[in-house]
Design a protein around this ligand. Sequence first.
Ligand code: BGC
Length: 386
Amino acid sequence: MRKILKFPKDFLWGSSISAYQVEGGIENNDFSKFFPAKKACNHYFLYEKDFSLLKKFNQNAFRFSIEWSRIEPEEGKFSQKEIDHYRKVILALKERKIKVMVTLHHFTNPLWLKKINWWEDEKIVFYFSRFASFVFSHYKDLVDFWITINEPLVYASLSYLKGRWPPFKKSLFSFLKVIKNQIQAHKKIYKEFHQLKNDVKVGIAKNNQFFEPYLKNSFLDQLSVKLADYFWNEFFLNRIKNYLDFIGLNYYFHQKIKFPFKIKNENKLVSDLGWEIYPQGIYFVLKKLKKYQKPIYITENGVADQKDVLREKFIKDHLFWIHKAIQEKVPVKGYFYWSLLDNFEWDQGFKARFGLFEVDYQTFKRTPRKSAFFYQKICKNNFLEI
Ligand code: BGC
């Protein structure tokens, strides 16, 4: 028998992007020299069309980031042209009655930050919060949700510990300094925004993962899971929990851990990037977030799947587990699929295809995948049929 899983009234149904991954023409940030995104999806010029697609596909919320290197191309010099551009972007969403969620830091930094050693020096707290306040002063009455930093630990670890992203450091000390600065910056921005507007909503987009012991009965594997859980999932949130109006959850990973920190996944089903697909993990991660007693938005969840053979089931299964968490009183208020469009996947380039819409990188034509129609129906109905 078919079953209808209803979502709460006023649930947000949307998708997410970030500036560097879709806009095109950004050449003034730390990624651009090493991982050029070139014209990307040309979204900078096609945003109106993209938002019409959102509307047509029944989405009522959208998450995107404002590129710092556009707004402040030189230290202390703010670009009126780009402020006007993002105002038009936000207004184009509002005209379509789409809720606006803005991310202020989605991995990229203007090149001039090199002079203060990027995120390692505590001066970053001043510079980043100055940029944030400047943006806020222009759009505070237009934006529904602010996210200060996207996946702080992913950024800190890939850029400062694993050396995969600029500035390609491999230092535990640098990694820890960056996290400390991220925490300070988040708190400062939270306080400043709240001083200027009582009912502002400020949060974070946190990548949390579901960790399990490789051997259920192994004390050491269990210990590794406890440590991973604490440091990856909890530490950052614990430090900012009094400075959060909501929690944004980016869920992609389930990891089976063998002592000390070996990943031993079974990988029965993987995406085009080789990432294990494990929908029930989102349920366990959400259950753990309940203790913070904050509204939760799934700010990212998606799959690289060029042929679109996994996406429909991926969305369905994750929503099934999210629904179960909601039934058990976890306050999930919205779901943003990653991503609206195929886009530039950082050091992996253009090969990963996360989009509900396929993008032709020559003509910039958008073509809905079959799964886009599947998601459209859910967004329209506010229920999932299983
Ligand atoms: C990031 C996105 C990225 C996605 C898929 C998240 O970690 O916020 O920018 O494209 O995962 O890898």
